[in-house]
Design a protein around this ligand. Structure first.
Ligand SMILES: Cc1cc2nc3c(=O)[nH]c(=O)nc-3n(C[C@H](O)[C@H](O)[C@H](O)COP(=O)(O)O)c2cc1C
Length: 334
């Protein structure tokens, strides 16, 4: 039995997000409320078989608290998937996920990510090569419901005819990027195909889900195994912990977690990653309270990680800053 089969359903998953879900953010999310499964940011198989592989491997750092942790890879050359699966199977990950959904032009140009939806033969070769190299580790796929148009019947049938352990469907086409609303009703088709093919793959839905309550509704409504959540975590870092009501969380509680996040970033990456990367997280913690806007402006103006940590720490101690007027409100039109 692999780890996917041992999970209690419904399964909650934190989505892979490039530039976001590194070991630092994953540890922070786990400390706030643990999802059942976590994913790394996606990494290129071509890079992992090239000279610069050590830098990419360093970005895949993880801690035991993040298990079960699935490493996500992307590319278009089956031989490289084979070699990389062999390499990754020795590094202790719980599973390997293949990205077949990325809509970025730089990825598509290489025939990878969502371009594989238009190349099912290559997609199957990639899955087979990964399974062959994975040394028994479960292999899963994350994809979209079509390239230009919805194409579930043939695409999901192709994927579920392979022995993958889980299939995550981001319920948009590549063309829709992340603009249109996720088409949840489409996932019923995937569930039917699985039944018809007697596939054992778990089916995970993804797109626009903002709470575990909403996730459970989808699981029940569509008969899927779990829900993956991405951007929802930006609005509520405690999303996977239903004991915390984010509307009632105090500014201190939120900013304390920001300080923890910043300190862990400094400890983990030192100056290996640019501190400006951390500024995009500020809004996750410093929002929805009086004075949040002004506090954010202060933090965004900092010039170093140490200064950002110091200013954030000061905020946790300050009560006066929250007595300022509400976040800037647009004046009503005349
Ligand atoms: C900043 C960002 C980075 C992303 N990086 C990845 C990635 O590395 N691999 C991947 O499969 N999906 C990636 N995605 C897509 C998400 O995993 C997810 O499918 C998408 O955000 C829809 O789910 P949501 O509505 O819950 O956010 C990324 C999304 C965002 C916003």
């Amino acid at each position: 039995m692999n780890f996917w089969q041992k999970l209690k359903k419904p399964i909650s998953l934190l989505a892979p997000m490039d530039g976001v879900t590194d070991t630092v953010f994953r540890q922070i999310v786990v400390s706030a409320g643990k999802p059942d499964v976590l994913f790394t940011e996606f990494v290129p198989v071509d890079g992992l078989v090239s000279k610069g592989y050590e830098r990419i491997l360093a970005s895949l750092k993880y801690t035991e608290a993040e298990r079960p942790l699935v490493v996500q890879i992307w590319g278009a050359i089956p031989e490289n998937f084979y070699k990389v699966a062999q390499m990754l199977s020795k590094l202790g990950f719980d599973g390997i996920d293949i990205n077949m959904g990325c809509p970025d032009e730089s990825v598509i140009k290489k025939g990878a990510g969502s371009a594989l939806i238009n190349n099912p033969k290559l997609a199957v070769e990639i899955i087979e090569a990964t399974i062959k190299g994975a040394n028994g580790l479960p292999v899963s796929v994350k994809t979209r419901i079509g390239f230009d148009t919805i194409d579930i019947e043939s695409w999901v049938t192709t994927l579920l005819q392979t022995p993958i352990s889980a299939l995550t469907l981001h319920l948009r086409t590549k063309l829709e990027m992340s603009k249109a609303s996720a088409r949840w009703e489409q996932i019923s088709k995937a569930v039917k195909i699985r039944k018809k093919l007697k596939s054992k793959a778990l089916i995970i839905g993804n797109g626009d889900i903002k709470s575990l309550q909403q996730a459970r509704k989808m699981v029940k409504k569509y008969g899927i195994d779990g829900v993956m959540i991405g951007e929802g975590i930006f609005k509520n870092v405690w999303l996977f912990n239903e004991k915390v009501d984010i509307k009632k969380a105090t500014p201190q509680k939120k900013i304390k977690l920001l300080v923890k996040h910043l300190r862990l970033f400094r400890k983990t990456w030192g100056n290996k990653k640019h501190f400006e990367l951390m500024k995009k997280f500020v809004k996750c913690y410093v929002s929805n309270f009086n004075g949040a806007f002004a506090s954010r402006e202060k933090l965004m103006a900092t010039k170093s990680l140490d200064e950002l940590i110091q200013s954030s720490t000061l905020l946790t101690k300050s009560t006066t800053s929250w007595a300022q007027p509400h976040d800037r409100v647009k004046p009503a039109p005349p």
